[in-house]
Design a protein around this ligand. Structure first.
Ligand code: XMP
Length: 534
């Protein structure tokens, strides 16, 4: 994908490890400006190759006084100044600019965390029509503070405690905010980003999903050419479906999809998903029923990681067989494989020191990509790799993927295998879980809550509890219910259902699912838990 995606200028974000960095990218994209995030310690050539119009230095958990604190490369400031590139430092990013350009940052006496008030001390484009003396609430989180500015810089706002809150050097085109404009706790932060990008930097906005789609189709056509064939494994999830629909639009019948029923799917999943593929999306899909193959390999396996590995391996075997069959039919090997990899999966980040992860190139390992064999001959096509989940949904809408499908909750690749704790083949666990899950999800839909919740599901626990049903003692299974809200699955809060709703679901489950006599609710956020139980 070209850096000038959809005719927009590029805003490049150098990531110094703030938990809000990806939010900056998303905020800027929401202003129709294309934005990418790379490691804060990237080499100068990497940065200049992107040819950005604006560079933003993110916040981070570091102090500029620490010996190994990450920083931008030698020559970066000079390159920006001589090429008319505007630079904005946020929090740690501001402190880096000040320190590297000859000012002074010291360990703060008055640390500022949380909501603070700042006061405008000088009219600046950063605050639009805000005048001298105007105040606004912002979100701060810093220990160090700026005490002396580099040449050509001026303070434009201070916090209620008198620390430097915003600076600018119009001549050198450097700007800095000691607070986080990207978080909603800074109510006017979005306005400041808007003023900065459009009024100060004059960026061109053209990041629209329609443009992204046209651009991607062009790229896919160019990559695949007019002869080659492409295969795609559809999971029934939003990402692989949107990726396949896009590739289908680009190369038509030369796309061949496979949907694997591994016996770990939800209630009536195969029928529901195949119907959408065929009836609504007209995608050519081969459905492979591999239930026996998967379940026999998983029999007796309790370790979650071993389960995941077995599933990944079996999946690849089926995939290979599919490619082989196609080769026989077409007389040539398919050359490409479509993956629905998203931006959060490939994003580079700069982790905090001591985290044991390298500074320069930490790329989160991806569930799908991680399972592919090293000697795989197929070349990858990842048309969504620069998009966030909500952007994929927007793209899906333009591609006429049915709304109901786009709003489906995420479902993990290993399916119900990671929702039945321990051996999945014991105690009719998968069947019980399917019934419980269906009741829970249908009740959520009936209550109009499905779209508010990021993900909801049931978990089959490997314990029995004593109960009393119809005056009889029972010693039956326990199931847990989990529902979370989240932006991107990286962090999550447990969803606080109304008690009446929970009472209704619990009764319905115990009354209709044979073998279950207890329902519990998971009330843990992520972290410390993960969303899935295994
Ligand atoms: P965790 O459990 O790590 O999950 O908090 C975060 C999100 O990722 C989904 N998930 C997976 N998705 N393959 C996938 O495609 C997997 O192996 C996998 N494991 C977890 C999970 O459902 C949640 O949305």
């Amino acid at each position: 994908m070209d850096a000038k995606e959809g005719q927009s200028d590029l805003v490049l974000i150098l990531d110094y490890g703030s938990q809000y960095t990806h939010l900056i990218t998303r905020r800027i994209r929401s202003l129709s400006v294309f934005s990418l995030c790379i490691s804060g310690t990237a080499q100068l050539k990497t940065i200049t190759d992107y040819n950005p119009r604006v560079v933003i230095l993110s916040g981070g958990p570091h102090s500029v006084h620490t010996a190994d604190s990450p920083s931008f490369p030698e020559g970066f400031a000079e390159w920006a100044e001589s090429n008319g590139v505007h630079v904005l430092g946020i929090c740690y990013g501001l402190q880096l600019i000040v320190q590297r350009l000859g000012g002074e940052v010291r360990v703060g006496e008055k640390q500022e965390y949380g909501r603070m008030e700042i006061k405008v001390e000088k009219n600046s484009g950063l605050f639009g029509t805000k005048r001298l003396g105007d105040r606004q609430t912002v979100w701060m989180s810093h220990g160090d503070e700026v005490v002396r500015l580099p040449e050509g810089f001026e303070v434009v706002a201070r916090s209620q405690q008198g620390t430097v809150a915003a600076v600018e050097s119009r001549g050198r085109r450097f700007y800095g905010l000691q607070y986080h404009p990207e978080v909603t706790h800074s109510p006017e932060g979005m306005e400041t980003l808007r003023y900065f990008l459009f009024d100060i930097c004059g960026v061109t906005a053209g990041w629209k999903m329609e443009n992204v789609m046209d651009e991607e189709i062009k790229v896919i056509k160019g990559t695949v050419g007019s002869e080659d064939h492409v295969i795609c494994a559809l999971s029934g999830g939003v990402d692989s479906t949107v990726a396949a629909t896009l590739v289908h639009k680009a190369i038509g019948e030369r796309l061949h999809c496979v949907f694997v029923d591994n016996g770990l799917l939800r209630y009536k999943e195969q029928e529901r998903v195949m119907e959408t593929f065929e009836r609504d999306l007209h995608l050519p899909v081969t459905c492979v029923d591999a239930t026996e193959q998967f379940l026999s390999k998983l029999k007796g396996v309790e370790d979650p990681e071993v389960k995941r590995k077995i599933i990944g391996k079996e999946f690849i075997c089926i995939f290979d067989a599919f490619a082989h069959d196609l080769e026989k039919k077409l007389g040539k090997k398919p050359a490409y494989l479509v993956q629905g990899t998203l931006y959060p999966d490939v994003i580079e980040s700069c982790p905090p020191p001591g985290s044991g992860r390298s500074h320069s190139h930490t790329i989160k390992s991806h569930h799908n990509v991680g399972g592919l064999p090293k000697d795989m001959k197929l070349k990858l096509i990842e048309p969504l790799k620069l998009l966030f989940k909500d952007e994929v949904r927007q793209l899906g809408k333009i591609l006429d993927v049915p709304e109901g499908f786009l709003k489906r909750h995420p479902f993990p690749g290993p399916g119900l295998a990671v929702r039945v704790l321990g051996d999945i083949t014991k105690d009719n666990a998968l069947d019980i879980l399917r019934q419980v899950d269906e009741i829970f999800i249908q009740s959520i839909k009936d209550a109009g809550l499905y779209d508010t919740i990021w993900q909801a599901f049931a978990v089959f626990l490997p314990v029995r509890s004593v109960g009393v049903q119809g005056d009889q003692r029972t010693h039956s299974h326990v199931v847990a219910l989990r529902a979370v809200t989240s932006q991107d699955g990286m962090t999550a809060d447990w969803y606080q259902f109304d008690h009446k709703f929970l009472d209704h679901v619990s009764r319905k489950i115990c009354n209709s699912v044979r073998g279950v006599n207890r329902v519990v609710l998971d009330i843990t956020s992520k972290p410390p838990s993960t969303i899935e139980w295994e």
